[in-house]
Design a protein around this ligand. Structure first.
Ligand code: SF4
Length: 342
């Protein structure tokens, strides 16, 4: 995750990427992290694949190009893919030039995000332009769109009234199961069936935390499990990848967040949060990750376990809270929301 900055503020974002969020991974850091991960993987006789994402990695094109070039020149294993929302694809020549450079530096695949949430901010013609040029420059097998049905049945969400967006998102989230964490917990959870916290008792997260084959590394060096951004496993500025994993495999029970979610899931984390003042939501939770996200938001704001819960870009700020309040008010006015299932 080379940055948390994004031109958009998608309702399904599992962190809080937005135009007012930041972080910037330097090419030197990217190469150091990449090399460390590669050495760790090689030590375990595994291969490693790198994806560059954000936020929106094309928000700072010189930075992105410098990272890809530096990794190529350092002889690191090829870049499997870069993910983008296509916001920058305003001109064919610009698109061609950028794709040709990325291709020359070893990018294998371009992954284009296209869905109702992104299309609230990005005109679909930019997605179509990028897709068509990527097919020409890279070949069709090296381009992916998530989700193709967005192109087959386009929905222009921009300029719609809030209640129309909510209806569109309610359909979209029911169709494609998304991670209900970060901003998605604020925006999508109220559009889904919800359950009391008790429903998620004993939904342990051992596989997501200790057996995940996918991790995120952010611009500050934080390492997160693949589906749990905001739960810090360690920091690559403080220790190289092999040391981080060795310590994690041995000492994870001494990390209070990991200990709770591995042994008892988000319900156990919620119980720890209740001990320091968290009040469970009366409107319930859409998933175990929604419960986790809500409890962690409380712990983050209370400054509890900052080495394990952070950084700020993974959690709501005052502006997010006020936008969420307006969003929920609109849901209640229109009764888009579903009742809590007992
Ligand atoms: S409940 Fe929390 S720890 Fe478990 S998978 Fe979801 S985000 Fe990760």
């Amino acid at each position: 995750m080379v940055t948390y900055w994004c031109n958009a503020k998608c309702a399904f974002c599992y962190v809080y990427s937005a135009p007012d969020r930041g972080g910037k991974m330097s090419p030197a850091d990217a190469v150091a992290f990449w090399r460390g991960l590669q050495q760790h993987a090689a030590g375990e006789s595994r291969t490693m694949k790198i994806h560059l994402a954000g936020g929106e990695p094309f928000g700072d094109w010189p930075q992105l190009l410098s990272i890809v070039r530096a990794a190529h020149e350092a002889g690191l294993p090829p870049l499997e893919k870069i993910e983008t929302n296509a916001f920058w694809a305003s001109d064919e020549n610009l698109v061609r030039a950028r794709l040709e450079q990325l291709d020359a530096f070893g990018m294998n695949m371009l992954h284009i995000s296209a869905d109702a949430y992104h299309q609230e901010f990005i005109p679909l013609d930019r997605v179509v332009r990028l897709l068509s040029m990527a097919r020409r420059v890279l070949g069709g097998r090296r381009v992916r769109v998530r989700w193709w049905d967005t192109l087959l049945r386009p929905v222009d969400v921009r300029g719609r009234a809030v209640h129309e967006k909510q209806s569109i998102f309610a359909l979209a989230t029911a169709k494609h199961a998304d991670r209900i964490a970060g901003r998605a917990a604020d925006r999508l959870a109220p559009l889904l069936p919800r359950y009391p916290a008790e429903h998620f008792r004993n939904r342990r997260c051992e596989s997501e935390i200790l057996q995940s084959r996918h991790v995120h590394v952010d611009a500050f060096g934080n390492v997160f499990p693949g589906v749990c951004a905001g739960i810090i496993l360690g920091n690559l500025h403080e220790q190289p990848a092999d040391v981080l994993w060795e310590r994690l495999s041995r000492a994870w029970p001494s990390n209070p967040v990991l200990e709770a979610v591995v042994r008892g899931g988000s319900y156990a984390l919620m119980q720890r949060a209740i001990e320091v003042g968290y009040i469970p939501r009366v409107d319930g939770y859409a998933s175990k990750c929604h419960l986790c996200s809500d409890a962690r938001q409380f712990l983050f704001e209370a400054g509890i376990w900052p080495h394990a819960i952070g950084p700020a870009d993974c959690y709501a700020n005052a502006r997010d809270h006020s936008e969420t309040a307006a969003w929920r008010e609109a849901i209640e006015r229109r009764r888009v929301s579903l009742p809590v299932i007992q």
